[in-house]
Design a protein around this ligand. Structure first.
Ligand code: A2P
Length: 318
């Protein structure tokens, strides 16, 4: 399978299975279907509240000889309430325990946003969220420590803009090796991609399909639909694939890892098969030239009137 390389040569399979929004009761089977159909990269996070079940699927797969740990790439993410230096280790240890692993391949700071201990992802954020000012440099030192202790092979971030990445590079020592952000033809993040590339970082695209299974409260009624995009649909017809596969292939052609979420066996398979699509140059150019701009995960859930954070703390452009 197609993969990207970290600076030390470690391979990062370019298509992975996303597990955000995959419910306990569904994700066990989804992970097993994925591994059986050839996925070697699973993207997880503490806040997805399903790592216990992902862990059961992984340990079953190891026991049954479906895949060996060394051939698998597992990512998890540090939640916002664990940014203090002493909490980073606690956070990764909890994920390792739940996932039943000795080490992660990649551990990410999930957001450049710090909460008080115990604050999750509440629906009523204005009432509930309590923020805590933990300097990102401190969190990053914690990340460097857990890497040095062998709990994760690689460290990186998610939802970081250029300014925030620069703060981490200023810490010295190991810089972020990867940035995972929303990316698709309606959000190409060209400035950020250029910056990350110049720094030798890899990238992962989340919500590559527009994340249509988000809760209705976080969806705008008039949001554009990537699956119904005229160009995406016409390329799907031309290449005899689905619109989802065109969207996944778009990221692969950009050398950006991509983690479509699915809990459906057929869709899990077809998403991986999208790695085989070879666009004609003109078609890839046309996808790059789509002018619609849209951010499905807009971040406003962290920037309400009681929050010290502004959208400009999160995004490059919006
Ligand atoms: P399901 O899990 O039932 O397959 P994103 O990765 O952008 O968050 O998008 C996830 C959404 O896209 C889910 O609703 C998922 O549904 C759906 N999905 C995943 N793969 C496909 C596919 N190949 N075709 C259509 N919908 C898909």
């Amino acid at each position: 399978m197609n993969s990207l390389s970290f600076a030390n040569g470690d391979q990062f399979p370019i298509i992975g299975l996303g597990t955000w929004k995959s419910k306990p009761g569904e994700v066990y089977q989804a992970v097993l279907w994925a591994l059986k159909s050839g996925y070697r990269h699973i993207d997880c996070a503490a806040i997805y509240n399903n790592e216990v079940e992902v862990g059961k699927a992984l340990s079953h797969a190891f026991a049954e000889g479906i895949v060996a740990r060394k051939d698998l790439f597992i990512t998890s993410k540090l939640w916002n309430d664990s940014h203090r230096i002493e909490d980073v280790k606690v956070g990764i240890q909890k994920s390792l325990k739940e996932l039943q692993l000795d080490y992660l391949d990649l551990y990410l700071v999930h957001w450049p946003v710090s909460f008080k201990k115990g604050v999750g992802f509440a629906e009523n954020r204005e009432q509930y969220y309590t923020y805590e000012d933990v300097p990102l440099a401190q969190t990053w030192q914690g990340m460097q420590q857990v890497q040095q202790e062998g709990m994760t092979r690689h460290i990186g971030v998610s939802n970081f803009n250029i300014a925030k990445l620069k703060e981490l590079f200023a810490v010295g020592g190991q810089g972020p090796e990867l940035n995972q952000v929303e990316m698709h033809p309606y959000l190409k993040q060209e400035k950020l991609v250029k910056f990350c590339k110049e720094k030798g970082m890899l990238m992962t695209a989340y919500s590559p399909l527009g994340s249509g299974d988000r809760s209705s409260s976080s969806k705008k009624s008039d949001e554009p639909k990537l699956f119904e995009d005229h160009l995406v649909s016409s390329l799907a017809d031309k290449y005899k694939v689905s619109p989802a596969q065109i969207l996944i292939a778009f990221s692969v052609h950009r050398n950006i890892a991509v983690i479509p979420k699915s809990v459906n066996e057929e869709r899990i398979k077809q998403n991986l098969e999208a790695g085989a699509i070879k666009f004609e140059v003109e078609d890839f150019k046309a996808l790059n030239a789509i002018t619609t701009q849209y951010r499905f995960i807009d971040g406003t859930f962290f920037t309400g009137s009681k929050s010290p954070y502004k959208l400009a703390d999160l995004w490059e452009e919006f």
